[in-house]
Design a protein around this ligand. Sequence first.
Ligand SMILES: C[S@@+](CC[C@H](N)C(=O)[O-])C[C@H]1O[C@@H](n2cnc3c(N)ncnc32)[C@H](O)[C@@H]1O
Ligand code: SF4
Length: 366
Amino acid sequence: MEKQQWYINDDNLKLIYDLLEKYKHKTINFLEIGTGHGYSAIKIMQKMSELNIKGNFYTIEKDDIVQINQKFKGIKLHIITADATKYLNDNLELQENQKEINNIDLLFIDGMHRQYKQYFELCFDLMNADSYVIADNTISHKEKMLDFIDKVKEFNTTFYETEKGMTITHLNKTKYYLKQMNIEHDFVPENKLLLDVCCAPCSTHSIDVLLKDNQKITLFLSNHNVHPIEEYERRKTEQLKLADKYNLEIIEDEYNDKRWFDFIKGYENCKEHEKRCDLCFEYRFLLLLKYAYLNNFNKVTSTLTISPYKDSKTIFSIARKIFDPDIIEYLEYDFKKQDGYNHSIEKSKDMYRQDYCGCIYSRKRD
Ligand SMILES: C[S@@+](CC[C@H](N)C(=O)[O-])C[C@H]1O[C@@H](n2cnc3c(N)ncnc32)[C@H](O)[C@@H]1O
Ligand code: SF4
């Protein structure tokens, strides 16, 4: 490919190469906005390959001009011919497990300069907790992206004074969410795990697995989604009995169904497994993060994955976007594995077992 003027400069490519070093031998999701003919995409994939970085390389280009004929072992290339703003907007509205692009580790913005801020905002919910946003031409076309420059200043951004300029923003979403919740705390991580518990029957097997793995656990009960209050109390009573039986500490988060209803607003009429449930998981993980951080837990996980009605991949995908493993690690326990659900039924024969997920909408059938 003959190099054209609007292709990425060598000095800026070098900055991307340096950043890729961090991901040596790892598996990542890379998203590029503005493929052009594919010069930067090829160069970046070449470098990924050299560093034994595997994963997905997504690239979006509005015009039908992409010429990438090379393949790189371990890297799955997805060329998307679309207007990125429209495509990303549609992608955002999809359910978690239907999004084509998700859990991005590295985002490279090289599309229309006036749209940089829009790309950033549309991608934000798709980015992993510990991820980077790279933007090209931040000096040469600065005047057209002043709003973007202001936006990235809210995060940990380095401005590189290369010929055309480049910014690299380290998005620490864990810190971002904590700030949103007005949490200030001198975090001193301790080796202990906070377990998000949805109900006693689901907790039985999950606790057994964690204790077998020598995890030091505390239970965290935060069921703002459960309605009506009588049902919340019934589940809570059973959960307290179980904690007592296992001699485990249990923390009860203050019940606040109003906040939960506000959070899922607009998605009340979804079916189970649809977007309302994605938001419901996100909501409980934010509260899990808050308590874990304030109380120096270095690990968290959730009993939600035991249910055959809940997609574990969706749960992990949401967790990856909230918990930065360098601060608080979400342990990806899939409790439904090894017949976990049946084991939990076996162990909870004399317990109260609900017949609906929790929120009022999942109870509609009666
Ligand atoms: C500077 S060129 C990309 C160069 C390429 N990254 C490289 O270094 O080889 C910018 C590209 O972004 C594309 N573009 C601009 N706005 C876009 C949008 N909204 N969606 C998708 N592509 C867009 C343009 O068509 C153009 O091909
Ligand atoms: S059905 Fe269950 S997971 Fe979905 S929103 Fe209701 S309580 Fe939450």
